[in-house]
Design a protein around this ligand. Structure first.
Ligand code: FRU
Length: 493
């Protein structure tokens, strides 16, 4: 039996033992074991496919496989068997990559073959990364006999063969393109562009942008697309050096907004900004829907924080897919519109007055599987706090310091039992004297969006589910409207 067949049997037997009540309701989790980056997020034969970095045999990272799910609406996901296993002599792991529907009806997966070989001395190893393809029918895939299709020989001078990965493919009138990350001593982490007429035979085109070690040591998981009148590059830097509240140390995610000159295949960056201000967000990937929306999904965990509770046999999940738009010179993200199909028990409390230092609760405003929008219309206050996943012992807060224009997420009392990161703050701006928080929770996560998606902040909380209270307090007087929907996906518990 080969590695793929073995993994398919293993995940079927062991995945079915995990109680649905232990999983989030509408966020993707691995069938069993470990999950990291989203891969191959794309349409194929009318459905959206999502693959993910996967190690079924443990709740920690291991030799990488590609797990697989499919959806028609980004909310309800169907599990498919593991798609790729590392079993060729050119790979010890199938690292991140992307997918596309080919003209002949096949689905092409373009992934990184990561090959690690032990050296003679303890700890010594050599790493080679090349880009490979597998072709399939949406369930079963065959690796090409021409693999690897993008090799170190195609890299520009000085680029390392050990940091060369994560190809993201798309199609234009003149063939296929992909961006991949590379690194050289002079450029630092960089985004490289490749071209192919048929998806099989590739050539190097240009270096689109580079970190020069100013924004991290290595860039991972690039993506390139147009949004409004801008070309956007996404990348996830490793080894980032903090800058005020904009960039935090370690792994982060940034977007580079600029213009793309198709003649010269060059990218002119206008600015670089954080894409997310939460504690658990990494390696996002985007796709375009048939109705022309740009949707992004990310890994809702971080390399710097291991959050999985003891005893769980799955680890890691994806964010809620988000619609991206370009507004007021910034990349905005909002929960995918399809979420509203699953609203139940909707309540609205219009123009509630929160008075000086009195903590209030609102009728039917509670829960751990919700989409809630809090609009502060205005008022005379300096600080506003919202408590979530709350009971006598636990809580998580979002605080708005109006004078400083800073929002802080704090999960210190969410039940964390490790000495990990628990708070993060970022700058926000009020519009017309008001501010909006949209909070989406799904058992273990809090994803919130400021001012209709101008900023997003995503973090995990493993608070016991009975802690489902929500309350509000301000140090002055304010006028707010709260809309809350419970989310229920039929056929899930
Ligand atoms: C990002 C990453 C990718 C790599 C994959 C390995 O999280 O490090 O660069 O392809 O994870 O699992």
């Amino acid at each position: 039996m080969n590695q793929l067949e073995k993994a398919r049997i293993y995940e079927q037997e062991n995945g079915s033992r995990i109680l649905e009540e232990q999983r989030p309701v509408f966020h993707v989790t691995p069938t069993v074991g470990w999950m990291n980056d989203p891969n191959g997020f794309s349409m194929y034969q009318g459905a959206c496919h999502l693959f993910y970095q996967y190690y079924p045999y443990d709740v920690h990272w291991g030799p990488m496989y590609w797990g697989h799910v499919r959806t028609k609406d980004f909310m309800k996901w169907e599990r498919l068997p593991v798609a790729l296993a590392p079993e060729e002599d050119y790979e010890s792991g199938c690292f991140s990559g992307s997918a596309i529907e080919m003209e002949d009806g096949k689905q092409l997966l373009l992934y990184t073959a990561h090959l690690e070989k032990k050296g003679t001395y303890a700890g010594e190893k050599t790493i080679t990364e090349t880009q490979c393809i597998a072709l399939g029918d949406g369930v079963n895939y065959v690796k090409s006999s021409q693999n690897p299709v993008i090799t170190k020989e195609m890299l520009p001078e000085g680029f390392s063969e050990s940091d060369f990965r994560d190809p993201k493919i798309w199609k234009e009138e003149d063939g296929y393109y992909c961006v991949a990350v590379g690194r050289s001593d002079t450029c630092g982490g960089a985004i490289l562009l490749f071209h192919s007429l048929n998806g099989l035979k590739w050539e190097f085109v240009s270096v689109l942008d580079k970190s020069e070690d100013r924004y991290g040591t290595m860039w991972e998981c690039p993506d390139l697309f147009r949004l409004g009148d801008k070309t956007i590059l996404l990348t996830s830097p490793m080894g980032m050096f903090a800058k005020e509240l904009e960039f935090h140390n370690g792994h982060g995610v940034v977007y580079l907004a600029g213009t793309y000159d198709k003649e010269n295949h060059s990218f002119q960056r206008n600015f670089i900004k954080s894409l997310e201000y939460g504690l658990d967000f990494y390696a996002p990937q985007t796709m375009e829907t048939q109705d022309g929306r740009r949707i992004m999904i990310g890994w809702m965990q971080s390399w710097d924080n291991y959050m999985t509770p003891e005893g769980y046999t799955w680890s890691g999940m994806m964010t809620l897919p988000r619609e991206l738009t370009w507004k007021n010179d910034r990349l905005c993200q909002q929960p995918v519109g399809e979420i509203s199909k699953y609203y139940t028990d909707s309540v609205i409390h219009e123009h509630c007055i929160v008075n000086s230092d009195e903590k209030i609760t609102l009728e039917n405003v509670q829960g751990r599987i919700i989409d809630m929008t809090v609009t502060i219309h205005g008022g005379d206050y300096h600080n506003f706090t919202m408590w979530m996943a709350e009971d006598d012992r636990y809580y998580t807060t979002i605080t708005y310091d109006r004078e400083q224009g800073i929002v802080t997420f704090d999960r210190r009392y969410s039940g964390l039992t490790v000495d990990g990161l628990d708070t993060r703050s970022f700058h926000v701006e009020e519009t017309h004297g008001g501010i909006t928080f949209r909070v989406v929770m799904d058992r273990y996560s809090v994803e919130f969006f400021m001012n209709h998606g101008e900023q997003a902040c995503t973090s995990l909380i493993y608070t016991p589910q009975e802690a489902d209270g929500i309350s509000f307090r301000a140090d002055g007087c304010l006028d707010m409207t709260v809309k809350k929907h419970q989310i229920q996906i039929p056929d899930t518990k």
